[in-house]
Design a binder for this molecule. Structure first.
Ligand code: HEM
Length: 600
């Protein structure tokens, strides 16, 4: 026994010594950057941290201040949204290095530094983190360099104004069916809990994506069934497409972390469910690809300006003599669009509708602005009565008006992708110790970080930075940056509509307002630069069309229970929208807030 114990202790000592030496090295490296630094025991994205996390978090609480607060804040990746600007407030600066024995990470919420790293063409994305998205094959989001550029180049031609018009049409049509479902699904015909609402909205955004990008068009009755969850799985499947997709997202970590051999044979319920969703979705995607491939056999070339996203991807996998994309990349990229193209939209829309329900004055101002824009267009005889025909005329006015302001404010307060990560390229001569690293300016001071460094841009903190997003002077909303107040009270679309006078109130459409252009790097819900969101306009058009359709016909109201007054109900909703928010694939609400849709 004694020799074994001795061996164990020796191994432990060697490991500890190695970690200690690495930490000393990394501290020296951090000092050389010229940036403030803080020591943390782990690098947040290691299996080691994931494994010891449940044990460590309670231990951290026993530490003296500020460590008890600091370490969880820097390591709890999924709590980033809840912490807001606080980690930077605690360190007293907007850019610092978090040093650990494994790796140094530059944390920033400085708009200039963020814009520098997002817009700089030479910075990459860390594959060790984003490769998680490659479960079906390589994807644009989960790769870097030439490979990611190829996927972007293949798919970018799809995002034309012609496509946006289709997005608008499908979204307004879909929103009408959605309202129909909201109005008659519940026993009292109007009330809806947000968990149901999110599920229905997420089916709708997935439908819009499929219809526009993958040619999966259905009629209103089929859409109604789909939204209500009454759709049946087609022959050859046990899950519907929507069940398979949402199953994969629900069990994403299980699918990624479980070796295929175990996933394929494990009798555990969680593995069975994950396996079923994974293989069902793969079959749906493969069928989509093979049917399209057969349809395209005689052509093998892209017809300019009229191709769907599916056409572009499948054709790239067929081009001769050598296909531009391998079969797995076609499948992987179909999946990434299916996921990225609906999940963030659904979550943003859910948050936005709830923010409006909690702020009736703002909702009324938005409805008045919609009425004004649609009335003007109809009066000018520029349109028939159907909203779905209005993309060219209405979208520019709506997105630069109150609807656009509400969307931006929701995207700012609920940054559904709260972190963006970049890496500094390593020089060829790094092994010989000749890497010059990268020099950049932080508040006027030049700093240098070595090649291979990771930069974590905390977009949530950027979006709550007190210097760029002050809370407009109302005493009840004094410090969202520190998480001392809630997003419901901070929701102020008016800040996007700039007037010369300071007299405008939160719930009145200001005369002659111009739309705010925030400082570069201070508002980036869609990221920025060469790897920014390819679907940004798609998302804005979709959100704008749905919100306009809903608010032009309906008002969203909080449901007040018998023993509560409206103010108390709003406080409860605000608490839910602050505390019951979780980050998994993106930021989403996890608890219900009952609302109803009341015909105007
Ligand atoms: C509210 C809705 C949306 C938000 C907030 C959003 C946000 C983002 C962000 C922050 C990124 C960068 C991720 C990173 O660097 O790690 C991104 C990437 C991406 N988004 Fe979106 N997105 C939305 C909707 C969409 C839609 C509708 C589509 C497609 C139809 C889409 C397609 C993509 C793709 C393909 C990428 C990867 C780009 C690349 O890696 O080069 N997104 N999105």
């Amino acid at each position: 026994m004694a020799p074994l114990l001795l061996i164990f202790l020796s191994v432990l000592t060697v490991l500890f010594h190695r970690q200690w030496r690495r930490l000393q090295n990394n501290i020296s490296e951090a000092k050389a950057t010229g940036l403030p630094y803080v020591v943390v025991p782990f690098f947040f994205a290691t299996v080691k941290w994931v494994l010891v996390r449940p044990l460590m978090l309670p231990l951290f609480k026993l530490l003296p201040d500020p460590w008890a607060e600091r370490w969880p804040m820097l390591l709890e990746f999924t709590r980033g949204w809840h912490n807001g600007y606080k980690p930077f407030e605690l360190e007293g600066c907007d850019t610092f290095v978090a040093v650990s024995p494994d790796r140094n990470v530059v944390y920033t919420c400085d708009p200039d530094v963020s814009a520098h790293f997002l817009r700089g063409p030479s910075f990459g994305k860390p594959q060790e983190l984003l490769g998680i998205l490659n479960i079906f094959g390589p994807t644009m989001t989960g790769t870097d360099g030439a490979e990611a550029r190829l996927y972007r180049k293949t798919t970018a031609p799809f995002f034309t104004e012609r496509t946006m018009k289709q997005v608008w049409t499908e979204s307004t049509k879909g929103a009408k069916v959605l309202l129909n479902v909201f109005a008659d699904s519940h026993p009292d015909r109007t009330a809806f809990s947000t968990s149901q609402m999110r599920a229905v909205i997420s089916r709708l955004t997935l439908h819009i994506l499929n219809s526009v990008c993958f040619e999966k068009r259905i009629d209103d009755e089929a859409l109604r069934k789909l939204l209500k969850g009454e759709e049946r799985a087609p022959e050859g499947h046990v899950l519907t497409y929507s069940q398979a997709m949402h199953g994969v997202l629900d069990y994403f970590d299980v699918i990624f972390f479980t070796p295929r051999a175990i996933l394929n044979h494990s009798p555990l319920k969680v593995h069975r469910k994950a396996r079923q969703a994974f293989y069902e979705l793969r079959k749906y995607i493969e069928d989509l690809r093979s049917i399209k491939e057969k349809e395209m056999q005689p052509r093998k070339e892209v017809k300019k300006d009229s191709e769907s996203l599916l056409d572009l991807l499948v054709l790239a996998g067929m081009s001769s003599p050598t296909p531009t994309l391998c079969p797995k990349a076609v499948i992987g990229n179909i999946f990434i669009f299916m996921f990225a193209g609906h999940e963030a939209n659904a979550n943003t829309l859910t948050f936005l509708l709830l923010l409006l329900a909690c702020n009736p004055g703002i909702q009324k101002a938005t409805q008045e602005d919609i009425d004004r824009i649609l009335f003007r267009l109809r009066n000018e005889g520029r349109t028939d009565s159907s909203l779905s025909s209005l993309y060219e005329q209405a979208f520019p006015a709506l997105i630069e008006g109150y609807v656009g302001a509400c969307i931006n404010e929701a995207l700012r307060l609920f940054t559904v992708i709260p972190f963006l990560v970049k890496t500094v390229p390593q020089s060829q001569d790094a092994a010989k110790g000749e890497d010059e690293g990268h020099t950049f300016s932080v508040a006027g001071n030049m700093c240098r970080i070595p090649g291979g460094s990771m930069v974590l841009i905390n977009t949530t903190a950027v979006h709550r930075h007190p210097q760029y997003w002050p809370d407009c002077g109302t005493t009840s909303r004094n410090n969202i940056a520190s998480g001392k107040t809630n997003p419901v009270d901070s929701f102020d679309p008016q800040r996007w509509l700039v007037t010369e006078t300071s007299a405008s109130t939160k719930d009145k459409v200001p005369e002659g307002a111009r739309f705010l252009r925030p400082k570069a790097g201070s508002f980036m819900p869609f990221s920025d630069g060469g790897r920014g969101c390819l679907g940004k306009r798609f998302a804005l058009v979709e959100l704008c069309a749905i919100v306009t359709q809903i608010l032009s016909e309906y008002t969203i109201e909080l449901v007040v229970k018998g023993d509560q007054d409206w103010q108390k109900t709003r406080e409860n909703a605000a608490r839910t929208l602050t505390e019951e928010v979780a980050m998994d694939m993106s930021l989403r609400l996890t608890a219900p807030v009952p609302v109803r849709f009341v015909k105007r």
